[in-house]
Design a protein. Sequence first.
Length: 68
Amino acid sequence: MKQNMGTADKVVRILVAIIITGLYFVNIISGTLAIVLLVLAGIFILTSFMSFCPLYLPFGISTRKKGQ
């Protein structure tokens, strides 16, 4: 599994996950939407820590700098 995520990409994903989690805990989002968004937030966190996004692979996308 070759890393294909840069630092900026990881930071954005983590921030989005934190915002989604915060919205859930202050009861702004609830129900099915909350469940779907929390699963998405979990995926964002997981892919950020692994520095690998499976959706980038088929398209040949990499936000990682060449020297990293």
